[in-house]
Design a protein. Structure first.
Length: 121
């Protein structure tokens, strides 16, 4: 059975949460964008945590779905890392960069999806 875009986003969100990312937001872009179905956006407190969150997302999505990112932008020294899973694009920001770009406002027409991440799952 194929993994749905929502399942990929949920696994990535849970991985981010497990590494203490904050403000985890899932935007439903279906019908608004031809690029992807979902944006998962989260914040890491510092550069070291950002790298840890990105590594955990890549590891957990691969382990649970067999899917790796098609590409990623940013890395060491970056304040924003983007992981492209085709139907899901994951954005991991440092706080000041997230405040600057404000993707939630840019995509203000996109509904936010409740993730209900459980730590003990």
């Amino acid at each position: 059975m194929a993994t749905t875009p929502f399942e990929i986003a949920r696994i990535a969100a849970k991985a981010a949460s497990g590494k203490k990312a904050t403000d985890i937001t899932l935007l439903d872009l279906r019908g608004l964008s031809d690029v992807c179905d979902y944006f998962l956006i989260c914040t890491a407190a510092n550069a070291r945590m950002l790298s840890s969150v990105v590594d955990e997302i890549e590891e957990k999505v691969k382990k649970n779905t067999g899917i790796g990112p098609l590409s990623h932008e940013g890395r060491a020294g970056s304040s924003w890392v983007l992981l492209d899973y085709a139907s899901v694009v994951v954005h991991v920001f440092l706080p000041e960069t997230r405040d600057y770009y404000r993707l939630e406002r840019l995509w203000g027409d996109a509904p936010q999806v409740e993730l209900e991440i459980e730590e003990d799952e």
